[in-house]
Design a protein. Structure first.
Lengths: 687, 194
């Protein structure tokens, strides 16, 4: 009624005005109630159980947690994940302002922050409960195997911008911290089953319990199966996948100052893809065929925490194995052993120090194919790191200056230093301003050192290749490949305008140097494998540089007690170019692989009878470097908790259009598939 | 019409926020803190302090609010003229850096979100004192606070660190404990941004 465009006079307009009046009086009622103490319920006459059943009508969640952070941080809560209908970590990450999340096919994503997005994006560090899931193979993340039971996630902290001082090299444009709940918070048993049009079936089970008073644990198992999507040109694709996973967490928390956590997971996943590889024989010199592969692995982590008079310290060690077998392409076995110690203490009334030491050992062995080969086949890398940070409170705690630096040593580039300085200024209890300057470094990946990737073959006797043998365009790593550098300047502002409305804005200006480029080398003739061919090499070098700048804005508004609106807008301008001594033919692509604008608007409504409804409208701008148009996506979720232990949920995604492409593959030529309109429903029972 | 409506709604909500004095009142008209004030009143009912804590049989229960006060006049209103076990209530506002004497006077100490950075230090000071520390920031209970309010599905819940209570000499009635989530010193990664 309110949004009637016909401008009819008479009953419609009157009804419109009445609705507006009712709407506004509801808006004002929230404020009016408190000003008259007589209408306030007498909470002292209520029992504890009654108090626990009362619904809170206005909350200022965000600023309580984030007001003190001098960084562009966004926290995705468990409630956000549940109500968005996301069933995987990548889908949940769409809620963070400034993150680019693009689906390449059913089992591959390109996720990045502040530019440089790609399947093998290397500037984002991701951790799950303190364990880094960044693979040194290509300095990126295998998103399809990063999975936890979503109900056990406490929150996901998304920090855009460099986090190198605390988190180390490769936390160049962002850090994503996935934190699960302690075992004491997951003592119930849950069984969840779901089915849908894309995610055909899924099931998960979790059981929590305790041994004595001091030890709590949980164990879980989950399985899911996705059907294939379609090609952009139509027709069913070959990109189905499934995964099975299980794990546990145990926390020992006796009285006193020590506590211990042990957790681990194992998983196995099988996936399909359509792969195109070049070959040396005609007539097409390339073949496209259905391919498949497996990921499997496991990890175990232990963390000991000790609190003392002045602070606390922790010692963490983990082992992680990731095995990827991509039939016809590449097989990699990666073993990582990591030990990390950190200690925090107060010095005087105004300073808080944090320092730490770390060691990581990486063992990798691989098997090559004609298309992808990595030398050496077996490698052992050792990394050492140390960091120190001082947080200084000034001016009656209104100003907080943080100075810190990280020093690392790695096998490829030796020593790296990553200092940063941050300043937080609490203008008032409701407003704060922060600024930061940081240096971050992205160290070389195993592939950048020793890869050979045959990208394409140009047939003999053609215009581009007049020779009588095929010409292989091949990308090579180089032992001379160096670290990429970033100097970042950031500024942000937060305001809690009312208890129902808050704003958060973060801006940045990044200067990059020594970015990866591919320089043409001297072609050479290769006799084996037969037949003879001419190799045209493109060798990895560090001859790109430039700047990026942008802003991320987030607003959170509790319009009326049962209705929350959240909006996010991000702007990114990239000006990356090759250096004057570079002859990289693909220099412009990074600028065009990230969207200039992204925004979303999310409405969360609490309906009567224990229903809750969320709707999200998203826009992602076009990607000119990939020739992909921008798109809108509308997702809607409905949840229902008819009784305390039962939850039903149904979510529809991409409701506006039938299908759209979000990204294209890079380096490995798999066929991209579209993201289709889909529906998924689930039932969760708690015991 | 849609556009004008949108502008009207935004203008109205902004005017509500910029009205003089509105900022302070806004925090008290949130029923979240009304409910939490109700809980604090109930905590006084179900917590026993050691007999030597109170000088006289009718010495008041002092509720201290440390840092930025999210309650406003709500908490003063609800405890006014109420008595538990013959004791009335007194509400005091404290700033960090207050004399240790002022802190020790409190039987219940609410630690505001603005004091997040001082929690570890505060816990060291009051660990063995019979003070029921109440907070609402993440990790409050794990770091040694006795009670932490948590919002779940828009309802107020609370966690209790029984060891912290025990160390302070407080006895918490099982009636309260059955409704609470029990927290023990859980391991935490102290790295955080900024």
């Amino acid at each position: 009624m309110l949004f009637n465009r016909n401008h009819k006079t008479g009953p419609v307009t009157r009804a419109g005005r009445m609705a507006l009046a009712a709407f506004l009086s509801a808006l004002l009622a929230g404020n009016a109630m408190a000003q008259d103490p007589k209408t306030v319920p007498d909470v002292t006459a209520m029992s504890m159980e009654d108090l626990m059943n009362m619904k809170v009508t206005s909350v200022s969640k965000h600023t309580q947690k984030l007001a003190d952070a001098a960084a562009a941080i966004f926290v995705i809560t468990q409630e956000d994940i549940r109500r968005s209908g996301a069933t995987s970590i990548p889908e949940a990450l769409r809620l963070a302002p400034g993150l680019e999340v693009a689906r390449i096919d059913q089992n591959k994503w390109a996720i990045g922050s502040r530019g440089f997005n790609g399947r093998f994006d290397n500037k984002l560090l991701v951790l799950i409960d303190g364990r880094s899931v960044y693979t040194p193979l290509f300095s990126g993340v295998y998103w399809n195997i990063q999975d936890v039971l979503l109900e056990d996630i406490d929150r996901i902290e998304v920090i855009r911008g460099p986090g190198a001082t605390l988190w180390g090299a490769n936390a160049v444009d962002g850090v994503i911290n996935i934190i699960t709940k302690p075992a004491a918070s997951t003592q119930s048993a849950i069984v969840k089953a779901g089915a849908g049009t894309e995610e055909r079936a899924s099931g998960s089970v979790r059981y929590g319990g305790k041994m004595g008073d001091d030890t709590h644990y949980r164990i879980y198992g989950k399985y899911f199966d996705w059907g294939p999507s379609n090609y952009a040109s139509g027709g069913t694709a070959h990109d189905a996948w499934d995964a099975i996973r299980g794990g546990f967490r145990a926390d020992w928390t006796p009285a006193g100052s020590n506590s211990l956590t042990v957790q681990g997971d194992i998983y196995r996943s099988h996936y399909d893809e359509t792969l195109t590889v070049p070959n040396l024989t005609g007539p097409n010199y390339s073949s496209t065929f259905p391919n498949d592969g497996e990921y499997s692995g496991g990890n175990i982590l232990a963390r000991w925490n000790h609190t003392t008079e002045g602070g606390s310290m922790s010692l963490q060690a983990y082992y992680d194995n990731t095995t990827t077998v991509d039939h016809m392409l590449f097989e990699d076995h990666q073993n990582i052993f990591d030990v990390d110690f950190q200690d925090g203490f107060h010095a005087g009334n105004h300073q808080q120090f944090l320092w730490g030491l770390g060691y990581r050992s990486i063992l990798d062995h691989n098997h090559s194919s004609f298309t992808v080969s990595l030398q050496p086949n077996q490698v052992n890398l050792n990394q050492f790191s140390a960091f120190v940070q001082d947080e200084i409170s000034l001016v009656d705690n209104r100003l907080r200056l943080t100075l810190g630096t990280k020093l690392e040593h790695n096998t490829f580039t030796g020593f790296e230093v990553e200092p940063n300085a941050r300043l937080l200024w609490n203008l008032s209890p409701k407003q704060s301003v922060w600024t930061a300057v940081s240096r971050a470094v992205r160290t070389p990946a195993l592939t950048e050192h020793g890869l050979r990737l045959n990208s394409a073959v140009i047939p003999p006797g053609t215009l581009s290749n007049p020779y009588p043998f095929p010409a292989v365009l091949a990308v090579f790593g180089s032992h001379q490949f160096n670290s990429e550098d970033l100097l970042a300047y950031e500024f942000g502002y937060r305001m809690q305008a009312t208890s129902n409305l808050s704003f958060d804005i973060a801006t940045f200006y990044n200067r990059y140097s020594n970015l990866r480029s591919a320089e043409p080398g001297t072609p050479f003739v290769e006799g084996s494998p037969a037949p003879t061919d001419l190799v045209v090499p493109f060798v990895a070098a560090n001859k790109m540089s430039g700047g990026t700048y942008g802003l991320e804005l987030f607003a959170d508004w509790k319009v009326i007690p049962r209705w929350r609106l959240a909006g996010s807008y991000s702007y990114l301008q990239m000006d990356i170019h090759k250096n004057s001594d570079s002859q990289d033919p693909t220099g412009d692509i990074p600028n065009g692989s990230s969207p200039r604008h992204q925004w979303y608007l999310r409405s969360s409504v609490d309906l009567p009878k224990h229903f809750d409804q969320d709707t999200t409208l998203r826009f992602v701008d076009h990607l000119p470097g990939l020739n992909l148009p921008g798109y809108y996506s509308l997702d809607a979720h409905l949840g229902w908790r008819p009784v305390r232990n039962l939850e039903l949920s149904i979510v529809g995604q991409n409701l506006l259009d039938n299908q759209h492409l979000e990204f294209l593959p890079d380096f490995v030529n798999t066929s991209p598939t579209v993201v289709k309109r889909s529906v998924f429903g689930s039932i969760t029972v708690t015991f | 019409m849609l556009r004008r409506l949108g502008i009207l709604i935004i203008a109205l909500s902004l005017s509500l926020s910029w009205a003089p004095g509105a900022l302070a009142q806004d925090s008290s008209d949130s029923s979240e803190y009304l409910i939490k004030a109700g809980f604090i009143f109930n905590f006084a009912k179900f917590v026993e302090w050691p007999p030597t804590t109170f000088a006289q049989p009718d010495s008041p229960i002092v509720i201290g609010i440390l840092g930025t006060d999210p309650f406003g006049t709500i908490i003063d209103h609800i405890v006014q003229d109420k008595k538990i076990g013959g004791r009335g209530f007194v509400v005091k506002r404290l700033k960090w850096g207050a004399e240790a004497k002022d802190l020790r006077e409190c039987k219940i100490l609410f630690v505001g979100a603005s004091e997040r950075a001082h929690i570890d230090e505060l816990v060291q000071i009051v660990k063995f004192l019979p003070i029921l520390t109440v907070g609402e920031t993440p990790g409050f209970a794990e770091h040694g606070g006795v009670v932490r309010f948590v919002l779940e599905d828009n309802r107020v819940r609370f966690e209790v660190n029984v060891d912290a209570a025990r160390q302070g000499g407080l006895t918490i009635s099982s009636r309260l404990l059955t409704l609470a989530r029990i927290i023990q010193q859980a391991p935490a990664d102290t790295r955080k941004p900024g």
